[in-house]
Design a protein around this ligand. Structure first.
Ligand SMILES: Nc1nc2c(ncn2[C@@H]2O[C@H](COP(=O)(O)OP(=O)(O)OP(=O)(O)O)[C@@H](O)[C@H]2O)c(=O)[nH]1
Ligand SMILES: [Mg+2]
Length: 306
């Protein structure tokens, strides 16, 4: 996992340390100037971009490194340690998004409506099923709302998950009004005392005005307690940038990054945290129902720096 990000960060540590360490043999201490670092810091941006790290993220790392090194008198042999420590701290700060206590939201709102949104094929339906499985395991009763009445076979796909997990699916016909399907699901949940309604929605680009209007209607009519944006971690920086528009249009409470199991780059996670600043509800690490991992920033940083 994240081999490319790891390799790029290692390169950054090596090149920044090397340029800063050009200390003549005779002296043991040298004050580092901005010029000593400039080539290495320019390379840093390009290098990290290749691992899907957004400009805002590499800018922060650059600034932090400058702050830690420029004008400082350092002993020969110490620069690498400072660089490593600084990058570690930068990454932890970037990943320091608020936490979300999803179970508290469920306990406070019965039935609790969780809406899954995102681009086509990002993993919304799979993530919804994984979370349904998780909540069920914790003793909460769940139903699925077939809010994607747009894509062919979307309802059948959700029904398949429902069958596998023993979770009821509330659906209308294909082409039906998604807001109404979700409304009916909530009515059903209220009458049956169900704890959680997990609502699917069709994949969409933020530029698709009709579908974005539909999403706004879903939100206006049903007022979901949580709107979870599902982002495919393989799609890189563009997807994260465009996700910002979802947040501007309808507001996002949390993010799930999927396909982390097949992601060598890893930068999208940093970019999503820095750009959206929303809680990471989980990481998709496979196609099975149990393949949803808690996000742990310490573990992430350890994985890419050591
Ligand atoms: N390896 C891997 N595959 C995943 C993960 N999450 C989803 N997938 C796969 O990605 C594909 C798309 O997943 P869906 O859940 O159908 O995505 P979606 O966002 O609902 O797609 P649309 O409804 O068409 O917009 C499926 O083949 C999933 O099995 C993950 O964490 N890891
Ligand atoms: Mg789907």
């Amino acid at each position: 996992m994240f081999n490319i990000l790891k390799e790029k960060l290692n390169n950054v540590v090596r090149s920044v340390s090397k340029t800063a360490e050009k200390i003549p043999k005779k002296i043991t201490e040298k004050e580092i100037s901005e010029k000593d670092l400039s080539d290495a810091l320019d390379d840093l941006e390009l290098s990290l971009l290749q691992a899907d790290v957004a400009l805002e993220v590499s800018d922060k790392i650059k600034e932090d490194l400058k702050h830690a090194l420029v004008g400082k008198k350092v002993k020969r042999g110490q620069v690498k340690k400072i660089v490593e420590k600084t990058i570690r701290k930068s990454l932890l700060e970037i990943l320091d998004v608020p936490k979300m206590d999803i179970e508290k939201v469920i306990k406070d709102n019965k039935p609790c409506l969780i809406l899954f949104i995102g681009f086509n094929g990002s993993g919304k339906t799979t993530t919804l099923a994984k979370l349904g499985h998780r909540f069920q395991g914790k003793g909460y009763s769940c139903i699925f709302a077939a809010g994607d009445s747009f894509r062919a076979a979307a309802i059948e796909q959700l029904e398949e998950h429902g069958k596998n997990l023993g979770i009821k699916v509330i659906k209308h016909k294909r082409g039906a009004d998604s807001a109404a399907v979700i409304y009916d699901s909530m009515e059903h949940a209220k009458s049956k005392g169900i704890d959680v309604v997990l609502a699917d929605s069709a994949g969409r680009m933020h530029t698709d005005q009709n579908l974005m209007d539909e999403l706004k209607k879903i939100v206006r009519v049903n007022k979901p307690h949580l709107k979870i944006l599902v982002i495919d971690s393989l799609t890189g920086n563009d997807a994260v940038e465009q996700s910002r528009k979802f947040d501007e249009d309808i507001g996002i409470d949390g993010v799930v990054l999927t396909k982390v199991d097949v992601n060598k780059k890893g930068g999208a996670i940093l970019s999503a945290c820095k750009i959206l600043g929303k809680p990471i509800v989980g990481l998709g690490v496979g196609q099975e129902y149990d393949d949803l991992k808690e996000f742990d920033k310490e573990e992430f940083v350890k994985g890419v720096l050591e």
